[in-house]
Design a protein around this ligand. Sequence first.
Ligand SMILES: Nc1ncnc2c1ncn2[C@@H]1O[C@H](COP(=O)(O)OP(=O)(O)OP(=O)(O)O)[C@@H](O)[C@H]1O
Ligand SMILES: [Mg+2]
Length: 287
Amino acid sequence: MNAPASSARTAAAPVPPQPAGQRGSTAAAAGAQPLLETRELTIRFGGHVAVNAMSCAFRPGELTCIVGPNGAGKTTYFNLISGQLPPTAGQILLDGEDLTRLPVSQKTRRGIGRAFQLTSLFPQLSVLENVRLAVQARQQRGIDLFSMWTSHRDVRAQALAILERVALAGKQHLTVASLPHGDQRKLEVGILLALQPRVFMFDEPTAGMSVDEVPVILDLIREIRQDRSKTVLLVEHKMDVVRSLADRIIVLHNGTLVADGDPAEVIASPVVQQAYLGMAEEEGNHG
Ligand SMILES: Nc1ncnc2c1ncn2[C@@H]1O[C@H](COP(=O)(O)OP(=O)(O)OP(=O)(O)O)[C@@H](O)[C@H]1O
Ligand SMILES: [Mg+2]
């Protein structure tokens, strides 16, 4: 509640703050004001604290990878930021504005972009119609999606351009429900692009994708990161992906921020090695 606006790292972080200049966009981001900030953000489920006083600031032009073992609280942190879950305590600020108690729709309208769960969208509509509705929703600012069946040529053209970018142009007429998993993930990214958010949140965007599909998504994320007015948060388990994309890494463990900073330093830090080793040992001890 009373945390200073500039406080981007918790006292618990054993890895020193990241020096500027490792990558071009990081150097630009280093002096910038935070675009997104969480202060002491916390959620409890019964006695379990899934996200514990997360204080973190994300600057424009920065791609932050969020890593940590299974159950660390990464997805829950995203659910809090996007509004899917109400925090028990703490604050969420976008460009200094307090969005903590706003519903998902209001947060989306202000620029918090979380990949949709396609199963809860329009599974019986075509791929193109789903993206077109997202383009319309952004253009009309909060329009009732169900009332927008009339097609506009420019909206269609924009939707088709997005489908090209996510390599789904050839599948525009298929229903979402009939798409294989990898294509559904690509469509999630397409819908996110259509909404043009300021904060992009990707939760394991390439999970379940075949090897040849992965570069499409990674190239898109790289492209988004070039836009210095945006910030990208990426939850990712694959360390080769993290290494190739991250300007900064934060590490969650048992809902708590345990490291934050330069990718090479964070990956090499004992706390990360321990967190991942610990996970491996637990899995190895099963049964
Ligand atoms: N709605 C909920 N009700 C109760 N407990 C929950 C709820 N959502 C998450 N949790 C718990 O919070 C903890 C964090 O879960 P979360 O899904 O955020 O982990 P994660 O870091 O995303 O893990 P993974 O890498 O496996 O995706 C887990 O112990 C989970 O069981
Ligand atoms: Mg998760």
